[in-house]
Design a protein around this ligand. Structure first.
Ligand code: KIV
Ligand code: ZN
Length: 513
């Protein structure tokens, strides 16, 4: 019997972006959107257009280049948000407006300060406004996992009559358990008149580590759209991980009456791209995309796999895109080869000047590292864009870091601050610590360092280290990134990038607040 289709709705660029420090520039969103389209994701939620002019522009830019996937924007259930969202997505070949309002007693009473009957009327009006822009309208009763089921039936019956075509059930706070959540979806589908006219969707958060399990329970009970993010990125403990949903459904076709259209070989490249852009590293033991996900350490396992791979492997690493790490370019590669590989990776540089600058970086890197992989190119472009995305208040000129056994490590740093050269030196517990202290001696930001992490972009000791530095100051959290074959230099670049972000005061609004 032919399988039904499970729609994959990716919200990496909306809910994923709401993780503290994970905000993306327009150009970064375009690169992620192209990769999602290449992976054959059905719906791309590109942002929250009413949040800021920057978000509006980014959603509109994604809407104008993506042809195969539906492009969706999020809007609260008010006319202004929906107008901004409708205007941002209307240029898409397949636009969708996603509107939401909270339905749990605690949210209605404490957050919205509205009576349940007012919430229903507002939801119905919102769907009507959204239908003015597109006939593809999604409605979400926020915090459905803690909402009263009779109330959910009342409001959802009304929004379906008003023209919503997808009904999404969010477990906003990650509170539900698989059995309960599956039953909720089944009951709503059974009780609500007109439920067969809409697609039922779920959106699960991972506070109890159950986002994927809850989503799959919902699919077994009739949900045919799953909202998820690459690497499970998202608020607090994150959202359901796209790669886990897709591979669970595909690997256990004996259990599921449906399958997705996702090209799974694009999963690892997507994971690396999102991790590189957001600076959120992937834990080594993360399912599907973690570095150890397919590594067999114990002798018994290795022996089994050598004799017959299926003894310990339920999926093949190459099927999810491992080993797609192709050698592409080297020291002698020319500008045309460089340009062509960027185009193949979906990276479009806006001008010849941008191409020249990127090519220069490539040549500098090729001098230090013989083999340049796709991941290196992504990191190189990310870095090039980072410098242009924020005002470069601070810029690294030079760095000397010294470490010697038995001696105190120290660093000497030269940076420009608003164009003026500044120098500082400091001692530290290691060369990275000393470099950060020297930078602070210049910047005096007083920011708190929340996270420092280093990841190798490719394998080998000549690999570039990609560093993330997360700083917090006055309630704002920013992530800075830097990449270099020298990790002390990469660390200084990441610290400077974070300082520039703090300085540029890029603010974001969280739609659920
Ligand atoms: O978690 C949530 O409730 C959401 C909605 C806006 C769908 O992200
Ligand atoms: Zn959410």
């Amino acid at each position: 019997m032919a399988k039904e289709k499970l729609i994959v709705f990716d919200t990496t660029m909306r809910d994923g972006e709401q993780s503290p420090g994970a905000s993306m520039t327009k150009e970064e969103k375009l690169r992620i959107a192209r990769q999602l389209e290449r992976m054959r994701v059905d719906v791309i939620e590109a942002g929250f257009p009413a949040a800021s002019d920057g978000d509006f522009d980014a959603v509109r830019a994604v809407a104008s280049i993506i042809k195969d996937s539906t492009v969706c924007g999020l809007a609260r259930a008010n006319e202004k948000d929906i107008r901004r969202c409708g205007e941002a997505v209307r240029v898409a070949k397949r636009p969708r407006v996603h509107t939401f309002i909270a339905t749990s007693p605690i949210h209605m009473e404490k957050k919205l300060r509205m009576e349940p009957s007012q919430v229903i009327e507002q939801a119905v009006r919102a769907v009507g406004w959204a239908r003015g822009y597109t006939d593809n309208v999604e409605f979400s009763p926020e915090d459905a996992g803690r909402s009263d089921i009779d109330f959910l039936c009342r409001i959802l019956e009304r929004v379906i009559k008003a023209g919503a075509t997808t009904i999404n059930i969010p477990d906003t706070v990650g509170y539900t358990l698989p059995e309960h959540f599956g039953k909720l979806i089944r009951t709503l589908r059974e009780r609500i008149p007109g439920s067969d006219k809409v697609v039922w969707s779920v959106h699960c958060h991972n506070d109890l580590g159950l986002a994927v399990a809850n989503s799959l329970a919902a699919v077994l009970n009739g949900a045919r759209q799953v909202e998820c993010t690459v690497n499970g990125l998202g608020e607090r403990a994150g959202n359901a991980a796209l790669e886990e949903i897709v591979m669970a459904v595909r690997t256990r076709q004996d259990m599921f009456p449906c399958d997705t259209d996702v090209d799974a070989t694009q999963i690892v490249p997507a994971s690396r791209l999102v991790s590189g852009i957001t600076g959120f590293p992937v834990q080594p033991n993360k399912a599907i995309v973690g570095a150890n996900a397919f590594a067999h350490e114990s002798g018994i396992h290795q022996d089994g796999v050598i004799k017959s791979r299926e003894t310990y492997e339920i999926m093949r690493a190459e099927d999810v895109g491992w080993n797609a790490n192709r050698l592409v370019l080297g020291k002698h590669s020319g500008r045309n080869a460089f340009r062509q590989r960027l185009t193949e990776l979906g990276i479009v540089l806006e001008s010849e000047e941008a191409l020249n600058a990127a090519f220069k970086r490539f040549k500098d890197l090729a001098d230090k590292k013989h083999e340049i992989f796709d991941e290196d190119l992504h990191a190189l472009i990310t870095e090039e864009n980072l410098e242009h995305a924020v005002d470069e208040h601070y810029r690294l000129v030079s760095l000397i870091a010294h470490s010697e056994t038995g001696e105190s490590p120290y660093a000497r740093i030269v940076v420009t601050e608003n164009g003026r050269e500044r120098k500082a030196e400091a001692k530290g517990s290691g060369p990275v610590d000393a470099s950060f202290k020297a930078l602070e001696a210049v910047a005096k930001s007083g920011a708190e360092l929340l996270l420092y992490s280093v990841n190798n972009i490719t394998t080998g000791t000549d690999a570039q280290g990609e560093v993330t530095v997360r700083l917090s100051k006055g309630g704002r959290i920013v992530n800075g990134q830097g990449a270099d074959t020298d990790i002390v230099v990469a660390s200084a670049k990441a610290y400077i990038n974070a300082l520039n972000k703090l300085h540029s005061r890029l603010e974001r609004v969280n739609p659920q607040v």
